[in-house]
Design a protein around this ligand. Sequence first.
Ligand code: LMR
Length: 396
Amino acid sequence: LFSAVEMAPRDPILGLNEAFNADTRPNKVNLGVGVYYNEEGRIPLLRAVVEAEHARIAAHAPRGYLPIEGIAAYDAAVQKLLFGNDSPLIAEGRVVTTQALGGTGALKVGADFLKRLLPDAVVAISNPSWENHRALFESAGFPVQSYSYYDASNHGIDRAGLLQDLKNLPPRSIVVLHACCHNPTGVDLNLDDWKQILDVLRAQDHVPFIDIAYQGFGDSIEEDAAAVRLFAESGMTFFVSSSFSKSFSLYGERVGALSMVTQSREESARVLSQVKRVIRTNYSNPPTHGATIVSAVLNSPELRPMWEAELGEMRSRIRELRLSMVEQLAAKGAKTDFSFVAAQRGMFSYSGLTAEQVERLRVEFGVYAISTGRICAAALNRNNIGHVTDAIVQVL
Ligand code: LMR
């Protein structure tokens, strides 16, 4: 049975963790995977999460099956976070939300559902995009194309190319968009860009699929949801995948959600019934712990502000790390001007380093980054940033 099974390539992101873990050098640094590490180089357990976990453990809560769509209070809290507390869409019953296994799980459930609705559609992702977007939509059976996004010449957006490519897609294509903190570039669209994109998508009858995995890491929880809110006002039907892996530092708990905006409460009921079938035939129903904690925090008047403050601390610290990196690289005489890194948003920076330079960083210095040159600025700290900037200067 397995004799002809070929060796698959290592995952471009998670595969790097395996190599990193096997590396015995004491000064190794993992700038590969998108994970926030604190000043001690550890993944933090947020204070709000600890409090909610204490309460949950003390309650000796039974662990029965959840409803297929997850915890109702969690789904409702997700909707408010994405669409705003006073969203008319929520009031009108036009948002369907199901708990999902992280942002990736939300994308996959959405992709599987879309395959039933639009079996012949093309999926378009940004060039570049998160490594798993293409693989995930291809595994759901869609052909995947890229639309222009990043302009390496000025570390910005190729605006004309982006709009033209969206216009050139076959009508009723599925367009995957990063709401904020673009992965992998860290270069975001502004509100005017979003308005222009919205106009094209509407004119072409495309289906937007907004991926928001870093809400709160850009400017603020509210500002980072600006694209979702704009689409919500447009009257369009669209999908949103969201995640608390980063914003709650709950990576391994797989806490995410899939939300769909429909045209009516009655349509929502039909959509939910079908999405539940997709979930039931994949993993039956979601796990309890992570979503219980997130829901408890989001719905608690005491824990909610604590979490927002902690998220704000992570956001500010990443900004400081970006600035330090730019300063150190300049002070060490780097041949390239890295000031663009300070303007990027979220965890990632498209550093402009080539695959060969990234390889040298790993082999010679134990500094791990994605071969595309993506580095995770959220993994820097006062102890490792000197080694990292030394190494970058060396490989340039
Ligand atoms: C990343 O891009 O590094 C994260 O989203 C983690 C992942 O699942 O790839």
